[in-house]
Design a protein around this ligand. Structure first.
Ligand SMILES: [Zn+2]
Length: 83
């Protein structure tokens, strides 16, 4: 068996839980939310890939979802906190 690469979380089509390749990708949009101090919850829907494993039921995201969500959170905080 091959050793896992360092960037294991960038694997797109192999389940990190069971190793299955019977994985489908749902590009969304998916609801996301963040908490803005003093404002409460801010919600929106963003398009990013979420992988669903058909063998173990695991749903997972990778660096692409992280990056898209992080960018959105940055924009929210800029909107609320810029003078
Ligand atoms: Zn799985």
């Amino acid at each position: 068996m091959d050793t896992l690469p360092d960037n294991v979380f960038s694997l797109q089509n192999q389940c990190p839980s069971c190793g299955s390749r019977r994985v489908t990708v749902d590009h969304g949009p998916h609801p996301v939310r963040c908490v803005v101090p003093g404002e409460g919850h801010v919600e929106t829907e963003l398009e990013f890939p979420v992988m669903d494993c058909h063998d173990c039921g695991e749903s997972y995201t990778d660096y692409r979802a992280e990056k898209i969500r992080d960018t959105w959170v940055e924009q929210i905080f800029e909107r609320y906190f810029q003078a």
